[in-house]
Ligand binder design. Structure first.
Ligand code: FPP
Length: 248
């Protein structure tokens, strides 16, 4: 029996975020270069995007490149950027055909020259699609995002457009790259690592975390369904007691 049959479609997570990890190890086990793993990682990206769209998950965020990933060997960074451009170019029609809107979060202007225009093109072209939003976190890190938000808030205060006493959680969140995007309800990390690695530190305050040993290129629709079933088995208390939740 597929895990899909156990999913309650009325209680799907509104937003699933994924730390795609294990491409390098997947390639190494096959005696191949790391980029071979990233290439196969793209197949998993397609699988999971398709599965979320089919189920009706409104938001899917994929952590594709962190600010720290710039420190990898130039050969790998260049190959990843090339892969991103190729995938964006090749998959734009699929996004359109499936009514999927593409968005991106991160220090996007720092992306390699060819990559930024391709990304902006895909974002513009899909802007009015409304079946699902696919968000790529590119040159993203939570500490970068939080520091930028603090800087932009300070600028507004210095200009006299904002009073310190008006800064609350909602206002602060509106300065993050995820403004207007609901917080993830489920965060999946593949490859057996149980770390957050500088990802959405503000947004995951009450997110359910799911760690799986499956390496990203091996991650299938069935693995996603399994994670969702696990998510639906959890009691989400948001700081309240179990008894309080039951009467809500
Ligand atoms: C982590 O595995 C993966 C990445 C840093 C890159 C993820 C990129 C892709 C899946 C391909 C491009 C994506 C899109 C959206 C087109 P790792 O290299 O850290 O693996 P390791 O931990 O085994 O070394």
């Amino acid at each position: 029996m597929s895990f899909k049959e156990s999913i309650d479609l009325n209680r799907l997570p509104v937003h699933i975020a994924i730390i795609m990890d294990g491409n390098g190890r997947w390639a190494k086990r096959r005696g191949k270069l790391r980029i071979f793993g990233h290439q196969h990682g793209v197949d998993a990206v397609k699988e999971v995007t398709e599965a979320c769209a089919e189920l009706g998950v409104p938001y899917l965020t994929l952590y594709a490149f962190s600010t720290e990933n710039w420190n990898r060997p130039p050969l790998e960074v260049n190959a990843l950027m090339g892969l991103l451009v190729k995938t964006l170019h090749g998959e734009l029609k699929t996004l359109q055909d499936n009514n999927i809107r593409l968005q991106a979060i991160g220090d996007l202007k720092s992306l390699a020259r060819g990559c930024y225009p391709e990304l902006m093109h895909a974002i513009r072209e899909t802007a009015s699609n409304d079946r699902m939003t696919l968000i790529l976190a590119l040159s993203y890190s939570a500490r970068w995002e939080l520091a930028m938000a603090a800087r932009n808030i300070a600028t507004q205060v210095a200009l006299g457009n904002l009073r310190p006493e008006d800064i609350n959680q909602e206002r602060f969140a509106s300065y993050l790259t995820t403004n207007n995007i609901p917080d993830p309800e489920l965060l999946i990390r593949t490859s057996g690592e149980a770390r957050i690695s500088n990802f959405m530190l503000w947004q995951i305050a009450y997110t359910e975390l799911y760690f799986t040993p499956v390496l990203w290129p091996d991650f299938t629709k069935e693995d996603l369904y399994k994670a969702i079933v696990d998510f639906q088995s959890r009691e989400r208390r948001f700081g309240m007691t179990s008894e309080q939740i039951k009467v809500l």
